[in-house]
Design a binder for this molecule. Structure first.
Ligand SMILES: [Zn+2]
Length: 267
């Protein structure tokens, strides 16, 4: 297995996780994918680039190197479904459009998938857990921002066009309600973008598993429409002209998280 994650430690109590940013495939997955999947259409494209400014804010960042087509880091290890209705699992078998991901008989074996869990999924989650524990030990609390993006129109997964900014707090369970209110207020100030809190995307496994407001760990997921910063179809080009105004809002959201933490915890 090549390098499985990219972690950079920061200096403020905020960790940004990017579990679907990876582009790397194992040889077995590469050989088995249907032609339409070879371009990795369901990737959270360019997320590390979009959030590159977060280093200036002092945030820690953790990004996946392997594609979700190998193993989905935002699903629980026991593969309990995240959403009622159409969804994809720990080892996706379909594209977001609903078509099979692998050519018949060319899915990785159960044994291979067990190594993906051990060698890719586990290190990501161990790093997440250790970094949140470090932040909590140092600051008395930790903030987790799980950064995602998705094509704005996917009829198999949801009706119509998705709002631009989809904040998820697992229906209020993953962070303090005043934090969610402040983040919503920031989105609301930017009327050029639409937003929703706990709409179609309420937060996946990472948000649900690590967000424990009673233990001073507050997690928020952002599912961002890819139409706000890139070409949504192949070759999935980054569009700096679109991304620049979007990054203004992203920066305010991350600064808003940190400001809320300082107000609430006094450091
Ligand atoms: Zn994602």
């Amino acid at each position: 297995m090549e390098k499985v994650l990219n972690f950079k430690q920061g200096r403020v109590p905020l960790l940004i996780s990017m579990p679907h940013a990876g582009l790397r495939l194992t040889p077995t997955v590469q050989a088995g994918l249907i032609p339409a999947a070879q371009s990795l259409p369901d990737t959270d494209w360019h997320i590390p680039r979009l959030y590159a400014f977060a280093a200036e804010l002092g945030a820690s960042t953790l990004a996946a190197e392997y594609s979700r087509f190998v193993v989905d880091l935002n699903r629980p290890a026991d593969d309990t479904p995240m959403y009622v209705g159409a969804t994809t699992g720990l080892y996706p078998s379909i594209l977001f459009d609903g078509v099979p991901l692998f050519r018949e008989g060319l899915e990785p074996s159960a044994e291979e998938r067990a190594t993906y869990l051990q060698q890719i999924w586990m290190p990501y989650h161990q790093t997440l857990e250790q970094e949140l524990a470090r932040l909590k030990a140092e600051f008395g609390y930790a903030l987790l921002f799980d950064a995602h993006s998705i094509r704005s129109l996917i009829p198999h997964l949801f009706d119509g066009k998705l709002p631009d900014f989809n904040l998820g707090t697992f229906n209020g369970a993953s962070c303090d309600p005043t934090l969610a209110q402040q983040l919503e207020a920031i989105c609301a100030r930017h009327g050029e973008f639409s937003h929703v809190l706990n709409g179609r995307f309420k937060g996946g496994h990472i948000t649900r598993h690590y967000g424990h407001p009673a233990e001073d760990i507050h997690a928020v997921q952002l599912e961002l429409c890819q139409s706000t910063y890139m070409e949504e179809f192949e070759p999935f080009n980054y569009r700096a002209d679109l991304a620049t105004p979007t990054q203004v809002v992203l920066r305010e959201l991350l600064e808003g998280l940190l400001a809320w933490g300082r107000q609430t915890y006094g450091k």
